[in-house]
Write a protein that binds this ligand. Structure first.
Ligand code: GLU
Length: 423
């Protein structure tokens, strides 16, 4: 067999993506130049280099970040990511997307994000706890229940949030549950928070399919990423009658055109650490998975997965972004041209931060809601935003991403102008 040249396309810089999306949307708005420039920049950025004592007695130095993009609408909100590929530019982009996400769904928050360059899978539980407590202490100059409220993201869990909450509370001398969301239920977490992002993805998928006249029952769904978002979205969509034909994680993908049972796949993953090797399914790579025949594609892994190179080969008619930034701006143009409907991240995966908001409110009031109350309010808020974004897209004749960004930027800019420029 002839050797094939391996072409490695560098991952598109997420911050460049975020700025390009911002500039496209900002063109539709009568923003003063200074306001437009201000909203294109993160308000503040913190880089921390810190030591962690490892199990073998050695000391390793880690680098982490916390970026606040905007504080105009309220305290900043956004997750903390543990991943070996974390960069400051990635955290900047994720923080800006959090600003637009909170604004477009109507939450009283600005956007933030944090990250540590680490592969959490290779650390022991003790090492992860030490790293988390030290990182939490390092960023505590920015973090507080009134100022900046972290949450889980890729590579972090409710347990991570429990350590952060405990560390912050120890320094204060009293328990401060509302300093983070996505906590375990036993320490003031909210019912429905673990499922919230996946549930939101299911709800907007159902609504978007309806606008396309697509029957959900029997629709073939492919999901990239089988973490918190992808796994829960898969099983909730299967409950809606969809046939989930392929899923994947970092270990690779599995495909069965007759359908997979997402709950059985999750059980398998919990036992083996990956979906790869699930019995009765063919193996596919993460790249092949994106191009499989299907009606609905749900990229729920990392940024920049769908580019101008592979977008023409994507078969789905509807793409719902479970992840933040999985589609590059060039790929967006391909989909727009091909009339593939893309529900953008800032609406599609907003369920997580919406229920984070409920958790924060419940914690501040010390008054807790039932799971039904959480789910009903989530549905009301996310579907209202989806329909508002659809109307703006119709009115401005633009993509849902640009429409969502226009609405979000407009809300932040209006609040900024009303508050005025200090001093
Ligand atoms: N990390 C999630 C996101 O990207 C949730 C953030 C939060 O709940 O604050 O939306």
């Amino acid at each position: 067999m002839a050797a094939q040249a391996v072409v490695i396309t560098p991952r598109q810089d997420p911050w460049e993506m975020a700025l390009r999306q911002y500039n496209v949307a900002a063109e539709f708005l009568p923003l003063k130049r200074g306001i437009r420039e201000f909203l294109a920049l993160p308000k503040r950025e913190l880089t921390v280099n810190f030591p962690v004592k490892m199990d073998d007695g050695s000391v390793r130095i880690f680098t982490g970040y916390r970026v606040h993009h905007s504080t105009v609408l309220g305290p900043t909100k956004g997750g903390i990511r543990y991943h070996p590929d974390v960069t400051l530019n990635e955290v900047r982009a994720l923080a800006m997307w959090m600003s637009w996400k909170c604004a477009v769904v109507g939450l009283p928050y600005g956007g933030a994000k944090g990250g540590v360059i680490v592969d959490p899978k290779v650390l022991s539980l003790d090492e992860l706890e030490h790293l988390t407590r030290r990182y939490a202490t390092e960023i505590s100059i920015l973090m507080s229940p009134e100022g900046d409220i972290p949450a889980p993201d890729v590579g972090t869990t409710p347990q991570t949030m429990a350590w952060i909450m405990d560390t912050y509370s120890m320094h204060r001398g009293y328990s401060t549950p509302s300093v983070v969301t996505g906590k375990p239920l036993s320490i003031g977490g909210s019912f429905g928070r673990v499922e919230a992002t996946g549930r939101g993805v299911m709800l907007v998928t159902r609504e978007a399919a309806r606008t396309l006249g697509m029957q959900l029952s029997g629709a073939k769904v492919v999901v990239q990423g089988f973490g918190n978002v992808g796994s829960i979205a898969s099983w909730l969509l299967a409950d809606q009658g969809c046939t989930v034909t392929a899923v994947s994680d970092t270990g690779g993908g599995i495909h069965n055109p007759r359908g997979l049972d997402p709950r059985a796949v999750l059980k398998y993953k919990e036992e083996r650490g990956t979906v790869a090797g699930f019995p009765g399914a063919d193996r596919v790579t993460n790249e092949q998975l994106l191009e499989l025949p299907c009606d609905i594609l749900i990229p729920s892994a990392l940024e920049g997965q769908i580019t101008a190179q592979n977008a023409p080969r994507v078969k789905a008619r509807l793409i719902v972004e479970g992840a933040n930034g999985p589609i590059t701006p060039d790929a967006d143009e391909v989909f727009h041209g091909r009339k593939v409907l893309v529900v953008p991240d800032i609406v599609a995966n907003a369920g997580g931060v919406i229920v984070s908001y409920f958790e924060w409110v419940q914690g501040l009031q010390q008054f807790f809601w039932t799971e039904d109350e959480v789910n009903q309010n989530l549905e009301r808020i996310i579907l209202r935003s989806f329909s508002q974004v659809m109307s703006t897209a119709d009115e401005k004749r633009t993509t849902l991403r640009t429409a969502a960004s226009i609405r979000a930027i407009q809300r932040v800019a209006e609040a900024l102008m009303t508050r005025g420029i200090y001093p």
